[in-house]
Design a protein around this ligand. Structure first.
Ligand SMILES: *[C@@H]1O[C@H](CO)[C@@H](O)[C@H](O)[C@H]1NC(C)=O
Ligand SMILES: *[C@@H]1O[C@H](CO)[C@@H](O)[C@H](O)[C@H]1NC(C)=O
Length: 190
C-alpha cells in the first residue's frame, strides 16, 4: 500500500506541472483534516513573496526520528531501502502548504531519487537534495489539537478559529466546525 502513496504524490506533482504550472500555492492534505482555508489564505497573503515563486514548505515539522525496523508495523522500512537510522526533517503528511516553485523542485528531484514508501519522508528527502528544507507552522496540528483542560469542549469553535489545520476529523465534524467558526455571533475571549 505505502509505496503507492509516494507514487500518488509524484503523479500529483506531474499532473500539476501539466495542468496547473502557474498555481502559486498548494495545500496537500488528508481527507480527515479540518482545514481552515480562510486562515491559509490570510497567512499566504501575508508572506513577503506571495507569488509562490520562492521556496515554501511548511506544516508540522518532524525532526530527529528514524525508520521503524520491526517487520509488520505500519511504517516499517527495511535497511535495504534506507540504510540510515534517521530521517531528514519533513512535514507530517496530514497536511502542509507549499509554493508552486517548491512543488516543481520536488517533482524535478523525484526523477532521480529512489522511491521510499513513506510519502512525507520522501518529500523531505527531495527537498534536502535540492538544498532546501521544511519549516514549522504553529497553526498546523497534524497530531491533533491539545486542549489543556479536560472540562473544555473539544469541539469548541474558539479552539479552531486561529489554526490552519487539525488532523482526525470526521466529515460531519468538519461540516459542523466550518459553520461554527463562521457564526457571526461567535465570541471568543483573547
Ligand atoms: C500499487 O500500484 C501498483 C501499480 O500501479 C498496483 O498494481 C497495485 O495494485 C497497487 N497496490 C495497492 C495496494 O493498491
Ligand atoms: C524543473 O526542471 C525543468 C526541466 O529541466 C526546468 O525547466 C525547471 O526550471 C525546473 N524547475 C525548478 C523549480 O527547479
Amino acid at each position: 500500500i505505502f509505496p503507492n502513496l509516494t507514487l500518488k504524490q509524484i503523479l500529483f506533482l506531474e499532473w500539476m506541472e501539466r495542468n496547473g504550472p502557474n498555481a502559486r500555492f498548494l495545500f496537500n492534505g488528508d481527507d480527515d483534516v479540518f482545514a481552515n482555508t480562510d486562515n491559509m489564505v490570510q497567512y499566504l497573503q501575508g508572506l513577503d513573496d506571495n507569488y509562490g515563486s520562492k521556496h515554501l514548505f511548511t506544516g508540522h515539522l518532524i525532526q530527529n526520528v528514524g525508520p521503524i525496523r520491526s517487520q509488520g508495523r505500519k511504517y516499517f522500512v527495511p535497511v535495504q531501502l534506507q540504510e540510515s537510522n534517521s530521517y531528514l526533517p519533513y512535514c507530517g503528511g496530514g497536511g502542509f502548504l507549499l509554493s508552486g516553485y517548491t512543488a516543481m523542485v520536488i517533482y524535478n528531484m523525484s526523477k532521480s531519487i529512489t522511491i521510499l514508501p513513506i510519502d512525507d519522508v520522501y518529500m523531505g528527502l527531495c527537498l534536502a537534495k535540492a538544498g532546501l528544507g521544511p519549516s514549522s507552522h504553529m497553526g498546523v496540528k497534524t497530531a491533533g489539537l491539545y486542549i489543556s483542560s479536560s472540562k473544555t469542549d473539544t469541539y469548541d469553535p474558539c479552539h479552531y478559529k486561529e489554526i490552519i489545520l487539525v488532523h482526525r476529523f470526521f466529515p460531519v465534524h468538519i461540516y459542523l466546525m466550518w459553520h461554527r467558526i463562521h457564526d457571526p455571533k461567535l465570541k471568543c475571549g483573547i
